[in-house]
Design a protein around this ligand. Structure first.
Ligand code: PLP
Length: 489
């Protein structure tokens, strides 16, 4: 690895130690009981450092990272909102963390009650009949939901329904999940305003349609006003409607996917319901279904009996199990705390505030950035790069320059509908002052792009590392000390 940046990593000094262990009293016997092929021939190659070296190394690294706790993070589609710290305190309560999933149900009534209550809350929020909280992430929820869809058709002997209609603006996980579920993906076009083209949809609706996957508001942040018509058409053709509810911020407590005609949906607890997810996990992707699909949900389930006791059950019509036990319980605890702390009334403020914030940024910046779709957006919107592209400054350059000013970049080059997509989602948790600072910086970058484009093209100039080789970083990540040593040989 020639261009690997060595500035901070090599701290090892031969013979230095950060631990002390008592002498091994079982030395010879201990070794004998380990099968020969598992015995190490040479000592492990580890950095030789003191405890203080380790603490400083990781503390310094952590401060070089960008997170929602250090700055504004308007990453469209990802809903990087502030996650209240009270939720973190609650989800490590030993009464919950010390439970074992194989414990007798009588001894874990509190945990089962939390699971059941959260199921009921999500059902109410979604306008659906029943939820499973077992899937581990949004994409896993999609797969589970599509397996429900497949089971529903197959249980009726309708084996030729294999086609899943996905809009061209969909999140990449949608077509991927459909493929993994053994279904076929057919694309439906969007109109210039970003919503599904109903005329393009109609000819696709025949007796091979399993269903359609949508998100509303769509990936461009626009509400699909023809949703009731779309639901009618798909249902008449015998298909089901799947709602990608990864980002429920714009609708929370206001509009319910079930009321729009959706039969199945997933929710990302780690986006809308306040679990930190910038580092890629853990997540939780609960799946909700309408009454007629309840029996297909995965096992195990939690039910409440007449006496108010909770039980773990399985259903014979279920599609089977999709997780070990009940999924990521800590994420459920955060979501539960978040919903309860907002309460029925305040949860209704999430959508309007997220929508107001997104529209405020959009209207304030559309003189400098190209807004391909006019009109009121929901929680996010998309610019097609700078309005003035004459100096050759790209969306990537603007995104990198934002880092110099202390802001995380928006989502870029997605959706694929525009060449220079810049997808901005401020969320409801940001103050007007923060939004104003961001707007000012975006204007400043637009001005720099006209007057001094080379600075913007060379950005970032002030970050701890400059332009990274993102492809190599993703394809050949160096995650251990040994991997670095070996790559240098
Ligand atoms: C994040 C996201 C997903 C996938 O969720 P993961 O938890 O990352 O698997 C699916 N759809 C949309 C619209 C998303 O924003």
């Amino acid at each position: 690895m020639k261009n690997y940046d060595k500035i901070i990593f090599e701290l090892s000094t031969p013979g230095r130690k950060g631990y002390s262990l008592p002498a091994n009293e079982f030395h010879t016997d201990g070794l004998k009981s380990i099968p020969a092929d598992l015995l190490r021939e040479k000592s492990a190659q580890l950095p030789e450092v003191s405890e203080l070296d380790v603490v400083r190394h990781f503390t310094n690294l952590s401060s070089k990272n960008f997170g929602v706790d250090t700055g504004f993070y308007p990453l469209g589609s990802c809903t990087m909102k502030y996650n209240p710290k009270i939720n973190e305190e609650l989800c490590v309560l030993p009464e919950f963390t010390s439970l074992h999933p194989l414990q007798d149900e009588k001894s874990v009534q509190g945990a089962l009650e939390l699971y059941w209550n959260l199921q009921r809350m999500l059902s109410e929020i979604a306008g659906l009949s029943e939820f499973t909280l077992n899937p581990y992430a949004g994409a896993h929820g999609e797969l589970t939901g599509l397996m429900v869809m497949k089971h529903y058709h197959e249980a009726r002997g309708d084996y030729k329904r294999k086609k899943v209609i996905v809009p061209d603006s969909a999140h990449g996980t949608n077509p991927a999940s459909a493929m993994v579920a053994g279904l076929e993906v057919v694309e439906v076009k969007s109109k210039p305003n970003g919503s599904i083209d109903v005329e393009d949809l109609k000819p696709l609706l025949d007796d091979t349609v399993a269903g359609i996957m949508m998100t509303n508001p769509n990936t461009l942040g626009m509400f699909e006003t023809e949703i009731m018509e779309i639901a009618k058409l798909v249902h008449e053709a015998g298909g089901l409607l799947y709602y990608d509810g990864a980002n429920l911020n714009p609708l929370l407590g206001k509009v319910r996917p079930g009321d729009m005609g959706f039969d199945i949906m997933h929710i990302n607890l780690h986006k809308t319901f306040s679990t930190p997810h910038g580092g890629g996990g853990p997540g939780s992707g609960p799946v909700g279904v309408a009454e007629h699909l309840k029996q297909y949900l995965p096992n195990p389930r939690v039910i409440k009996d007449k006496d108010g006791k909770f039980h773990v059950t399985t259903d014979k019509d279920s599609l089977g199990s999709v997780s070990s036990f009940f999924g990521n319980f800590g994420v459920m605890m955060r979501a539960y705390a978040y919903i309860l702390s907002l309460g029925k009334e305040n949860i209704k403020n999430v959508g309007p505030l997220a929508t107001l914030n997104a529209n405020y940024i959009k209207e304030s910046l559309k003189d400098d950035y190209l807004l391909p779709i006019e009109g009121v957006c929901k929680h996010e919107f998309v610019f097609d790069g700078l309005k003035d592209k004459s100096t050759g400054v790209t969306t990537l350059n603007v995104a990198k320059r934002l880092l110099d000013y202390g802001f995380h970049a928006p989502t870029i080059y997605f959706p694929l509908l525009f060449h220079e997509s810049m997808m901005i989602e401020p969320t409801e948790t940001e103050s007007k002052e923060t939004l104003d600072e961001f707007i000012e910086v975006m204007h400043k970058i637009a001005k720099e792009s006209r007057e001094n484009p080379e600075t913007v093209k060379e950005a970032p100039l002030k970050t701890i590392v400059r332009k990274l080789d993102e492809t190599t970083a993703a394809k050949n990540p160096i995650l251990t000390y040994n991997a670095l040593k070996e790559s240098e040989q």
